[in-house]
Write a protein that binds this ligand. Structure first.
Ligand code: GRF
Length: 202
């Protein structure tokens, strides 16, 4: 089996990255994690990836004159490593339209709400303020509009009385760690594809 060479982009803790690495540790998983890139030097996830024997690269965004220039450097690192699929996992930079279009259909993100509800940041605060009884997480194809891409899969959790953003985040995170590997598997196996702006399943 040829495994899809996959990169993970992180900015921090990297717990979703760890879940993807753990899933891909199984030789029968259709994707291999071939690179972890972070825009933040010292991001917690980097040392874990390195210890797991995965090549890592730090590309700090600050020295670049523009978003496009930073994205160009990331794209070069991905191409150099022969990457076919890119997973955003707590990557806290907005990507330029050019980068997103280039990787369209191969670029995934995980978001800690049931999209299209509660886009952007402070997601669990938004959910609690809205008083929803069910929240969850979404893996979607990335398109230029933030948190708006075609949905590949979702998982739900109940909002419990007394939940704080922290307790809700922790409950959602447990589901994120199962959902992201499952969604990556679907893409790597060709069971989902982005066609004419829609996720098409077979
Ligand atoms: C996760 O909640 C993810 O859904 C969101 O950012 C958080 C990243 O956490 N996009 P981690 O770095 O994967 O632990």
């Amino acid at each position: 089996m040829v495994r899809a060479r996959t990169a993970i982009l992180i900015s921090g803790r990297g717990s979703n990255m760890r879940a993807l690495i753990a899933a891909a540790d199984d030789a029968s998983f259709p994707a291999e994690i071939a690179l972890v890139v972070s825009n933040v030097e010292g991001a917690e996830g980097l040392s874990y990836a390195a210890a797991a024997g995965i090549p890592t690269k730090v590309i700090p965004h600050k020295p670049f004159a523009s978003r496009e220039a930073f994205d160009g450097a990331m794209d070069a690192a991905l191409v150099e490593t022969g990457i076919e699929i890119v997973c955003l996992a707590g990557f806290m930079r907005i990507l330029s339209d050019g980068f997103v279009r280039k990787w369209e259909g191969k670029l995934l993100n995980i978001h800690p709400s049931l999209l299209p509800s509660f886009k952007g940041v402070h997601v669990h605060e938004q959910a609690l303020r809205a008083g929803v009884r069910i929240s969850g997480c979404t893996v979607h194809f990335v398109v230029p509009e933030l948190d708006a891409g075609p949905i590949i899969d979702q998982a739900h959790v109940r909002v419990e009385p007394g939940d704080t953003p922290q307790t809700l985040a922790a409950r959602v995170l447990v589901e994120e760690h199962k959902l992201y590997p499952a969604a990556l598997k679907l893409l790597a196996e060709g069971k989902v594809a982005l066609r004419n702006g829609q996720a098409v399943f077979r």
